[in-house]
Ligand binder design. Sequence first.
Ligand code: GDP
Ligand code: IMO
Ligand code: MG
Length: 443
Amino acid sequence: MANLLVLGTQWGDEGKGKIVDLLTPAFDIVARYQGGHNAGHTVWVNGKKVVLHLIPSGILHPGKTCVIGNGLVVSPGALFREIEDLEARGVAVDGGRIVISRNAHLIMPYHPVMEKISEEGRGEKKIGTTCRGIGPAYEDKAARWGVRAGDLLDLSVLREKIRENLEVKNRLFAVYGIAPLDAGKIYEEYAGYASRMAPYIRDISLFLNEEMKEGKRVLFEGAQGVLLDLDHGTYPFVTSSSSTAGGVCTGLGIGPKSIHSILGITKAYTTRVGSGPFPTELADEKGKKLAARGDEFGATTGRPRRCGWFDALAVRYACRVNGIDRIALTKPDVLEEMDEVRICTAYSYKGEVLKSFPAEPWVLEKAVPVYKTMPGWRDSVHRAREYASLPAAFKDYVREIEDLIETRVGLVSTGVERDDTILIESELTGLIDTSSLKLGERK
Ligand code: GDP
Ligand code: IMO
Ligand code: MG
């Protein structure tokens, strides 16, 4: 019951940042295991909004250590911008509060250029990436061309790696009529980051395992969501890392037995940014209303998020792939004032009824959702603090979802602030050390 994994069960933006921030007091360390500054994790504290991209969402709690694991791709420029932004807000990030794996790969200036070539090459089938160089940085990692954080500790290694990379990349750029990049300039920029970054760089596997041996508790923070996972998501419309539970072990250098429980973050409806199939998407006024009420604009790129009904097949799939113990249900307040709400319980595909989530995007594109329609709730859920006070129609919605996804809800988020949360004691006891958190009961 010591360590908890928090991950997204849909296409990202489920509210992971809010929940990680909320639960951080029960932990000593918050560790990210994958992704990069494609993530945008929003935390509101006392009416002030902070969006975290690379730094774990536990950073707003003084004294907690935040880990950037080897499974991430790190843009040093983005990292220092984020650190400066936090410092300007009065958040102390020094004193060993941020630690970065020496095996984390660096996003280099040629990665966004490679991404542009790749996205343009796909034409209408483009993925709609965040254009942060994430995919090409992971490509270089898999192709064994990557520059890692540890390479900043020996400038001759850094210089040579940049030279070798540009020899190959500039040949590719020439084919596309793109001006070559200057190895010397990139070296100067990254050598400048080296001395700033060096104090943060460590052997994270060693650090985490030693801390855990001493009884320190770790909250593992996922970015993106299960349906954006490289293996288990709606490939090829996914990100390039392992956002699922398996990514925690490879992304931090810990054994699977160190993950004691798993909390899946689930929006009470569904959203997606970028391209790719989305069976329950509402391309009509209802979808626009959800987007407006839910303020559904990407926290990283500002792009409008596509909105649709809750997809129980997708979330049941996420629960299975990750072995999720409990769900944190977020943003039900956005559904308020709807006369009726819908839950997708199956797909109809070429005359067949599909009851489990298909992996192929061409199936998903043609899959027609089979809906269960339920009465909406007129009474407010927004900022509710007690389960008992929630409208009966909403409680029925929760029960229906639980039955369909075969997983219980342990927490309901009712607004953006920390206090706008109902932690359900009977569902969380044994999963999280709840002594430092305010708990309610489900009636
Ligand atoms: P993340 O990427 O999973 O951390 O999620 P994002 O921060 O990208 O998007 C979630 C958005 O929903 C943020 O703007 C949050 O402030 C907001 N949010 C989180 N929980 C709730 C909730 O229960 N109700 C409402 N209305 N907004 C919420
Ligand atoms: P958080 O952590 C939502 C999407 C992009 C695109 C695809 C690939 O805030 O939930 P990439 O730049 O990663 O190669 O883009 O993945 N995407 C996200 N969508 N939330 C995110 O992160 C996302 N990170 C990437 O929109 O469709
Ligand atoms: Mg987000």
